[in-house]
Design a protein around this ligand. Structure first.
Ligand code: FUL
Length: 488
């Protein structure tokens, strides 16, 4: 009897332990307070846009048929005559080189519209293309939707054709164009308001120079409302209400220090802040790197031998996506209405190269340790658990930290990728890398200075053999929040 009682008691105690220990652990883990945000933080739509990382530009229009970059506004609409135009070929090419979306120049500075607009006669209906029945914005956006590419629009505010440019009437014309483009062509992920504004032009035959005040003339407030009322998740590029910023050059690089933070009012002429962002900026304004695969934005036969090399394109990738910015890579459509085979072959080769370089994560099975952890919910192991929603965080009084990865056997690596959990703000100010092989420690000399991280940072270095990688985050705007670390 007594023995039975004891046995029962023992069994009960054991059960209590089995039930209680995990509960206590769970309670303790959930008691650890999440780090407070360090402002500014992105909106959900901004973050979704940053996750696209790489998408394309397509420049095509009257300029293509007249060998121009900036048409004066007087080139006859009748010269727009692509004979074998194939939007499916554009989409397939862009998909084959890893682009997640595309932005089409529906209207460039010459004022010629690629859609059936009621706002001006200077449009595709007065060209021989499909006997004036074609609508390229429709054909291209349909093809994008069919194949799962996001679609965006560039509609130049500057219009060198319009007689009323610089007067109030043109502002209404421009808003009519924005209305049409945002109403009739399905979901848009980005609307581009180009920064080139005013200057000489045809202007209905006046042939003169006209200047405007770019911040106030166009009524950008109304433009923003039109875009966002129909496409609430769309990003706005350019103008005083931008939600993403120009990177300050068209060469294909962001700063090695690149904050998503920027001042509330940021003009495109402030090149320094456009390139680097501003640590203490109060707005989340991530950078977009726009660059063409050729020297020009539009197609010129004379540039067929000047298409960027695979090495150059890879370098651009690491200096844009690898530096916490989105890459907007331009493909000019050629006279026959297709992306030129040299450009498409080059871009596919580029994509295959970076996909191979970043294919096999050498840290996936590594043992991870950190010198500080904010409880088990924010342990160091969260950086290689394959879940972008979990992250390693340090305690509030610890705005720095060291993390190490130990491998079972030596590996050779030449790239490290780090991502911050930016929903809580961009924090890291500086970090550096160290390796170890058989207990011998050595510094890893990266090509870039290792300053900011942000949504994504990829640093390159000459291949090194190691069995341990250590990352020192030595300065941060608050406790660290690192969601992902990989190496290749
Ligand atoms: C610039 C324009 O002037 C170029 O022609 C091109 O469209 C580029 C993307 O933006 O500001």
């Amino acid at each position: 009897m007594i023995f039975q009682k004891c046995k029962k008691k023992f069994y009960f105690c054991k059960m209590k332990k089995i039930i209680l220990i995990p509960i206590i652990t769970l309670v303790l883990a959930s008691c650890t307070k999440a780090p407070s945000p360090v402002y500014p933080v992105p909106t959900e739509s901004q973050l979704a846009w940053q996750q696209l990382e790489m998408y394309a530009f397509v420049h095509f229009g009257l300029n293509t048929f007249n060998d121009l970059e900036w048409g004066y506004g007087d080139t006859p609409a009748s010269t727009f005559n692509p004979e074998n135009l194939d939007c499916e070929q554009w989409v397939q090419t862009l998909k084959n080189c890893g682009m997640k979306g595309v932005i089409l120049t529906a209207k460039h500075h010459d004022g010629f519209c690629l859609w059936q607009t009621k706002s001006t006669d200077y449009n595709i209906s007065n060209s021989p293309y499909k006997d004036g029945k074609g609508d390229l914005v429709k054909e291209f956006s349909d093809a994008c939707r069919k194949h799962g590419l996001k679609f965006g629009i560039y509609c130049s505010p500057w219009d060198r054709n319009n007689a009323r440019y610089a007067f109030l009437e043109y502002v209404e014309t421009y808003h009519q164009q924005i209305q049409e483009l945002t109403s009739n062509y399905g979901p848009l992920f980005e609307f581009w308001f180009d920064g080139a504004n005013g200057g000489n032009g045809y202007y209905g035959g006046a042939n003169e120079t006209r200047s405007i005040d770019p911040d106030n003339y166009y009524d950008y407030q109304r433009a923003k409302e039109t875009v966002l009322s129909k496409h609430p998740d769309a990003m706005i590029f350019g103008g005083p209400y931008q939600t993403v910023r120009w990177v300050g050059n068209e060469k294909g690089f962001a700063g090695a220090t690149n904050w998503c933070n920027a001042p509330q009012i940021l003009s495109q002429t402030d090149l320094r802040i456009n390139t680097f962002g501003a640590e203490n900026g109060t707005e989340w304004l991530p950078a977009e790197v726009d660059v063409s695969i050729r020297p020009g934005w539009f197609y010129h036969e004379s540039e067929d031998n000047k298409v960027k090399t695979v090495d150059e394109l890879c370098d651009i990738y690491y200096k844009s996506v690898g530096r916490n910015a989105n890459l907007l890579l331009n493909f000019p459509v050629a006279l026959d209405g297709k992306i030129h085979p040299i450009d498409s072959a080059r871009a596919v080769e580029f994509y295959n190269r970076i996909s191979n370089e970043l294919n096999h994560n050498l840290l996936a099975d590594a043992k991870v340790r950190a010198d500080d952890e904010r409880g088990s919910s924010y342990s160091a192991s969260k950086v290689n658990d394959g879940d972008s929603e979990t992250f390693w965080a340090t305690n509030d009084d610890y705005p720095y930290g060291t993390i190490s990865f130990s491998m079972d056997k030596p590996v050779t690596m030449s790239r490290v990728m780090i991502q911050e959990y930016v929903k809580l703000g961009q924090r890291v100010k500086t970090f550096y890398l160290e390796g170890a092989l058989d207990g011998e420690y050595f510094p890893i000399r990266t090509y870039d200075t290792t300053t900011t991280v942000g949504y994504k940072r990829i640093v390159r270095f000459d291949p090194v053999e190691l069995d341990k990688l250590i990352i020192y985050f030595d300065e941060s705007r608050g406790p660290l929040c690192i969601s992902n670390i990989e190496a290749y």
